[in-house]
Each structure stands twice: as structure tokens, then as C-alpha cells.
Ligand binder design. Structure first.
Ligand code: 3HC
Ligand code: NAI
Length: 698
């Protein structure tokens, strides 16, 4: 036995305490330790029952994800689970914190389960591109029935102890020290003469309409295969004897382990945690954050204020006029009403947030005590500089001065103050109280503790914060501009916007770029095209057909017409028949003979444009690591999580293939398709983007 399991004896009960911080993942050593400890308990004279408990903050968080992709070492988890269940001793699991994946599977192999009221259980393997692989799909439905098991496995959600008790996953919920309540339960069971109760020997769950369930889950997964695969595993639990069902589960699990989706999902899991872990911030203390100011209560300002209020911060919001103040307050209240309706906050909390925690004013002096200000006024350098000048005059020393600008130069904004070290970009995404991404834009003179404060605000608001450098559009919008352009080029050359949207939804995006443009408002792109027209490179290809629609006052969803036509009260739109004519006219003017694009061509060009620009963003140090780009696209731009992000996608496809495609496209448009130096370098050296992530972690 090793030091991962502490073995103690309490009369006729042997206690096996798992000690593998931080979350008792089932590493090889833990599996070996548990197996040995079961042997010891069975050989220990007088022992009649075994109690399994976890040390620290969780029972067991699951299999050790860091071991995935490496050759598996015995004892394998399914074998260990069977071994625990088959023990002649009475086995009890006492659970606290989380019991997830393999952790719950170990508990399901015990004969009785007791948990703390605060405990949560779940089988979240689908979030890693997998299904439960140690009997979870076979044992859970025997306790809960097929429907509840499928819901729990395909959603991967954490189920609270009370609900788990009702579902039959737990036998008892008792508050107290997990070991003490577990021991009491085990002793009570022994005193009652309770029998071993292996779940595998319980009757199988009755059949449901498996094919209909499979189809529904597949559709909901938007291209993700693991949830639908889980349905087949639960079906096996219902139709096959236990041992055969277990084998079927194992086969499906092993197949998924070999997929790109599993690689992508696990990359996302670790990157999500690594993204805010910046070496430059080690030992740097963030400044205190209790009250924040927000300048401008439009779409973004109201969203940012809502997020801050929900996180328990005091918010002082400044608008230009009394009517704008009232409108801003109305927007924030509307957002908070949403939280109230969804049961996220109580009426009492709603009242407190809107009356005590929120101050709205036209007077900048109201900002004198705040710890950080986020400016969210119009996207105009002169307006921003004027605001920062005012902030410099009223804000206390040490107050962080942040701009939510989408594209403007944060270094230039900082020149409007006498304290550029306190100035930073905090780029939220719309709707700011919903979207998870926050770009923390570090300007030349930004002080390290101001950067740390940006990250601590992101954490307090529950955001995924990504460090970005200053450039036009920072990480996300800069890359977006490039792949959007690739889509525009494909339209000029013969693909329809509708085919492009469909192909990209097929790839896994929540929406295609043209549907997104309709949602955001076509006027934004129209204004940007006008603004940039003066400095345009002669070889740059920019379609103008959509400007004609804008000239007629059609700006997408908000006006009912854009690339798509929208009917009131209906979700989504239908392709606008005007678009084909407008495109054909422009093609004729440009002398372009339209050609066919397959869905695969479309995805390939779109992704190559994205990866190429992303490689430039990393090469220039705007993003420090490829994983920063991946998390930006995942949390801000609806990139399918199961690909892990564009850089991970490129690694999976092969960087040499991506570069070869780019070089091929460059034959027709060398100006747009200039390969990123970093991409060329990595291909020449036979390295991947993930190698750069690993080097940065050292
Ligand atoms: N394996 C290895 N490391 C793990 C892990 C796991 N299963 N779960 C968490 N960790 C690590 C994290 O990477 C992190 O490491 P770091 O400190 O070096 O960054 C550390 O533990 C703490 O994790 P969090 O920062 O996420 O801590 P939280 O308290 O926010 O969350 C948690 C804890 C809810 C357990 C969350 O980490 C989580 O959801 N973990 C994944 C759980 C999971 O997916 N389990 C299923 C695994 S697959 C499986 O069991 C297959 C089986 O069916 C055969
Ligand atoms: P908006 O037009 O909805 O709101 C701007 C608000 O600022 C208006 O209510 C206006 O009255 C107020 N305002 C203007 N000047 C002011 C001043 N001097 N003092 C106080 N208030 C003033 O604009 P939106 O969309 O909220 O954008 C704000 C900023 O956020 C812009 O810089 C924009 O680029 C950026 N942004 C916008 C996103 C979006 O999707 N809308 C996403 C991310 C960033």
C-alpha cells in the first residue's frame, strides 16, 4: 500500500482515506493504493466493513485527466470498481465535496452511499469528449432508471445531494464529519445485519425509445459525439447482462479516447485553468476592489454594471444627461429582472442591488472613492480622451482606469491622464453580464498590479480573463476581422452567405458569420468599411453589395432585414432573396465568374484564415500563448469547444497541412494569404502550437 491511502481500523470497520490533493483524482498510485487497501481489509481479521472517504475538499474528482492519452497502467479503474463491489465485506462510501466521473463510479461500486448535504455528484465525462468508463453508464441506470441516468450523463451536470438522494443515487444525506457519519452508518448497517448490495446485481432499467433519444441528444450536441454515444452505453445496460454491458461501455469509451474531440475538450479543460495563470503576475498583489465606476450606461456599460452588482460590488454609473441616466438604470434593472426570473437572485436581493449597491449620476465627482473605473462610452478617441482627462482629475490615487474600447489604442488613451501606469483595457463582450470572456489589454506603461487587478476583477465577475497586447482589435476582434474577410472573399467568388453559415454551423459554431452580423447590426461593419476606406491597400478585396442594403436602412435583425429576413416573434430568419441579386451584380462589375465551393472548402479557408492571423497575433506577442487565442475564440466567439480552439484545431489537422493550404490560396490572392512567420517557423522545426503552450508553462 502507498501513501495515497491511509488505512485505519475502527473496531470491525476499516477506513480507507484517499489523500491525493487537491481533488483526490484517481491517479495510478491512488488506484493501486485502493486495490491494496481492499486486499488488506479483507485479510484483516475481524474487519466486516470498509468505509471509503476522501481527504481535503472532495471525495474524488474522477480519473486523473493528466494520464489520458498515455498508456494506461494497471489496476485499471473499471477493474478496481468491480473489485470493490465484489468484496465479501460490506462497502460504504461517505462523500463530501464533489464525487465526479470515476469518483462517483467508485461510490457506485460501494454497497451503500452516504453524503454531506453540500456534496455534489456527477458524471461529467462528456465535457472531456468521453463517456463514463468505469461502470457509470451501467450502474447509474440500475439506480435511477434510464431517463434520469441519460439526463445526468449527457448533461454532465453536478447534482446536489438532496436531488441525488431522491434519484436513488444516495442512500442517506447526513451533515457532519464525513468519516464520523460514514463510520456511524457502517456500524448501524452491521448492527442491522444489512447485506452487501452490489448495484450490478440489481435489475436492469426498463427500455425507452433508444433511437429517438439518441437522435435528440445528437442534435442537441451540435456535432459533439460523446453525449449521443452515452445513450448507446445506457441502452447496453438495459439490454445486456451486466458484464457484457460493461464491455460495451469500455469499447465505446476506448473509441472516444482516440478521437480529436477528446483531445480538443481536454485541451479546453486545462487551458481554461492555465489562461489566467501568468508567470509575470506571480507574487503580484492585485489592488483592492470594493466599488467600481462605469462611464456610459449603453449596451456595454449597463451589462458591465449588472455583472459587477451580481458579484457584490458597489457600482457608480455616470451618464451624460438625466434621461440617459434613467435609461441606463432601466437597462440594468431589466438585466437584473432576468436574473430574478431565472431564480439567480431573490426579490430582496434585487431591491438591495438596485437601491443600495447602485448609484447613477451625471456628476463625475461621484467617482472619487471608487477603486476602478470602466469607461464604456462611444467608440471615438476624442470622446474617450476627454473622459479619461476627467477621470484623472476626480479619481483617487491608485484607482485603476480601464477602457472597454473594442479597437482603439489604449496607449493613446493613457496619454490623456497623468497616470498611464494605472490605465488598462478591459474588453468585455456583449451581453457583458452573460458572456464569459474578458480581454485584459496591457498597455506599454500599465503597472503589473493593475494587470493583476484586471484579472482579479475578471475572477470576481466569473469571467475567463485573457491577457492581450495593444493592436487594432486586440486578440479576438483582430482575428475575427481576418476570418470574416475570408468569408467575404468566398462570397465574391461564388459561395452564398447562407451556404457559408450552414457549413460553419456544421463545423460546430453556434451561428455562422452572416447570421452573427445580422444580430450585431450591419451598420457597425458599414461604418467600419467607410472609416477604413481611405487607408485601404489597393489589393484588398472588400465587397460592397451589403452596403446597398444598409443604404436602404436594413441593418439586420433590429430592422427585420439583413442577410436574412426576420419575422416578428419568430426565432432565426430565412435567406433574403435580395442578396443573391446584389452579389451577382457586384460579381458582374468585378468580372468574377462564380465558382462552386464545397462545405469542406469553406470550413478550410475560414479556419486557415483564422489560424494564420492567430499565429501572427502570437508571433507578435499580442497573445502570449496559443492557448490564450484558443480561450478567446471559445469564450467570446462561439468556437466549438470540442475542437479546443483554432490553434488546437490546427495542431490536430497538422500545421504543415494548414501552411500548404495557405500557400495554395496565396496563388490567387497573395496579399491576403501571407503566411504567418511563426507558422512557417513551427512547420520548419516540426513543432506544434501546443509545444509553445508547454514551453510557456515551464
Ligand atoms: N484529474 C487531474 N487533475 C484534476 C482533475 C482530474 N480529474 N480535476 C481537477 N484537477 C486539477 C485541476 O487541473 C487543477 O489543477 P491546478 O491547480 O494545477 O490548475 C486542480 O485540480 C484544482 O481544480 P480546479 O482549479 O478546477 O478547482 P475547482 O475547485 O474550481 O474545481 C472540480 C474542482 C469541480 C473537481 C473541477 O476541477 C472539475 O470539474 N474537474 C474535472 C472533473 C471531471 O471531469 N472528472 C471526470 C474525469 S474523467 C473520468 O473520471 C473517466 C472515468 O469515467 C473512467
Ligand atoms: P452605446 O452607444 O450603447 O453606449 C454608449 C453610452 O455612453 C451612451 O449611453 C452614451 O450616452 C454614453 N456616453 C457617451 N459619452 C459619454 C460621456 N462623456 N460620459 C458619460 N457617458 C457617455 O455603446 P456600447 O455598444 O455600449 O459601446 C460602448 C463601448 O464599448 C465602445 O467603446 C464599444 O466599442 C465598446 N464595446 C462594444 C461592444 C458591443 O458589442 N456593443 C462589445 C465590446 C466593446
Amino acid at each position: 500500500m502507498n501513501d495515497k491511502i491511509a488505512y485505519t481500523r475502527h473496531d470491525d470497520v476499516a477506513v480507507l482515506r484517499i489523500q491525493n490533493p487537491p481533488v483526490n483524482a484517481l491517479s495510478h498510485a491512488v488506484r493501486q493504493g485502493l486495490s491494496d487497501a481492499m486486499d488488506r481489509a479483507e485479510a484483516d481479521e475481524g474487519v466486516l466493513a470498509v468505509l471509503i472517504v476522501g481527504e481535503g475538499r472532495a471525495f474524488i474528482a474522477g480519473a486523473d485527466i493528466t494520464e489520458f492519452g498515455k498508456p494506461p497502467k494497471e489496476p485499471h479503474l473499471p477493474v478496481l470498481c468491480d473489485r470493490i463491489e465484489a468484496s465479501p465485506l460490506l462497502v460504504v462510501a461517505s462523500m463530501h465535496g464533489v464525487s465526479l466521473g470515476g469518483g462517483l463510479e467508485v461510490a457506485l461500486s460501494a454497497h451503500y452511499r452516504i453524503a454531506q448535504p453540500t456534496a455534489r455528484v456527477g458524471l461529467p465525462e462528456v465535457h472531456l469528449g468521453l463517456i463514463p468508463g468505469a461502470g457509470g453508464t451501467q450502474r447509474l441506470p440500475r439506480l435511477t432508471g434510464a431517463e434520469k441516468a441519460i439526463e445526468m450523463i449527457t448533461s454532465g451536470r453536478h447534482v446536489k445531494a438532496g436531488e441525488a438522494l431522491d434519484m436513488g443515487v444516495l442512500d442517506r444525506v447526513v451533515e457532519g464529519d464525513p468519516e464520523a457519519v460514514g463510520l456511524a452508518y457502517a456500524q448501524e448497517l452491521l448492527a442491522e445485519g444489512a447485506e452487501r448490495r452490489p448495484v450490478s446485481e440489481m435489475p436492469a432499467a426498463p427500455a425507452i425509445d433508444w433511437d429517438a433519444t439518441y437522435d435528440a441528444v445528437l442534435k442537441k450536441g451540435r456535432g459533439q459525439i460523446s453525449p449521443a454515444t452515452a445513450v448507446r452505453a445506457v441502452q447496453a445496460a438495459s439490454e445486456l447482462p451486466f458484464a457484457e454491458g460493461l464491455k460495451k461501455e469500455r469499447d465505446l469509451f476506448s473509441e472516444l479516447m482516440e478521437t480529436d474531440q477528446r483531445q480538443g475538450m481536454i485541451h479546453a479543460f486545462f487551458s481554461e485553468r492555465a489562461v489566467s495563470n501568468l508567470p509575470e503576475l506571480k507574487g503580484v498583489e492585485p489592488r483592492e476592489l470594493k466599488a467600481i465606476g462605469v462611464i456610459g450606461g449603453g449596451t456595454m456599460g449597463a451589462g458591465i454594471a449588472t455583472a459587477a452588482l451580481l458579484a457584490g460590488l458597489v457600482v457608480v454609473l455616470i451618464e451624460m444627461k438625466d434621461e440617459a441616466v434613467a435609461a441606463a438604470k432601466g437597462r440594468i434593472e431589466g438585466n437584473l429582472q432576468g436574473a430574478l426570473k431565472r431564480g439567480k437572485i431573490s426579490q430582496e436581493k434585487f431591491d438591495a442591488l438596485t437601491t443600495q449597491a447602485l448609484v447613477v449620476s451625471t456628476d463625475y465627482d461621484a467617482l472619487k472613492d471608487v477603486d476602478l473605473v470602466v469607461e464604456a462610452v462611444f467608440e471615438n478617441m476624442d470622446v474617450k480622451k476627454e473622459v479619461f482627462g476627467k477621470l484623472d482629475a476626480v479619481c483617487k490615487q491608485g484607482c485603476v482606469l480601464a477602457s472597454n474600447t473594442s479597437y482603439l489604442d489604449v496607449d493613446e488613451i493613457a496619454t490623456a491622464t497623468s497616470r498611464p501606469q494605472d490605465v488598462i483595457g478591459l474588453h468585455f463582450f456583449s451581453p457583458a453580464h452573460v458572456m464569459k470572456l474578458l480581454e485584459v489589454v496591457v498597455a506599454d506603461k500599465t503597472a503589473p498590479d493593475v494587470v493583476a487587478t484586471g484579472f482579479s476583477l475578471g475572477k470576481a465577475l466569473g469571467k475567463i480573463s485573457v491577457r492581450a497586447g495593444v493592436c487594432d482589435g486586440f486578440i479576438g476582434n483582430r482575428i475575427l476581422a481576418t476570418y470574416r474577410t475570408a468569408a467575404d472573399h468566398m462570397v465574391l467568388d461564388g459561395a452564398t452567405p447562407f451556404q457559408i453559415d450552414k457549413a460553419l454551423v456544421g463545423f460546430g459554431f453556434a451561428m455562422g458569420p452572416f447570421a452573427v452580423a445580422d444580430l450585431a447590426g450591419l451598420d457597425i461593419g458599414w461604418m467600419t468599411r467607410k472609416r477604413k476606406a481611405r487607408d485601404r491597400h489597393p489589393e484588398e478585396r472588400v465587397p460592397t453589395y451589403i452596403d446597398k442594403l444598409c443604404e436602404e436602412g436594413h441593418f439586420g435583425q433590429k430592422t427585420g432585414e439583413g442577410y436574412y429576413v426576420y419575422e416578428k416573434g419568430k426565432r432565426g430568419g430565412t435567406p433574403n432573396p435580395k442578396i443573391a441579386k446584389l452579389i451577382a451584380t457586384e460579381q458582374a462589375e468585378l468580372g468574377i465568374t462564380p465558382r462552386e465551393f464545397s462545405d469542406e472548402d469553406i470550413v478550410r479557408r475560414y479556419m486557415c484564415a483564422m489560424v494564420n492571423e492567430a499565429a501572427k497575433v502570437v508571433g507578435e506577442g499580442i497573445a502570449r500563448r496559443p492557448l490564450d487565442v484558443d480561450m478567446t475564440l471559445l469564450f467570446g466567439y462561439g468556437f466549438p469547444r470540442y475542437w479546443g480552439g483554432p490553434m488546437k484545431w490546427a495542431d490536430i489537422v497538422g500545421l504543415d497541412t494548414v501552411l500548404a493550404d495557405i500557400e495554395c490560396y496565396a496563388k490567387d490572392d497573395a496579399w491576403f494569404w501571407q503566411p504567418a512567420p511563426l507558422l512557417k517557423q513551427l512547420v520548419a522545426e516540426g513543432r506544434t502550437f501546443d509545444d509553445l503552450n508547454k514551453e510557456a508553462a515551464k
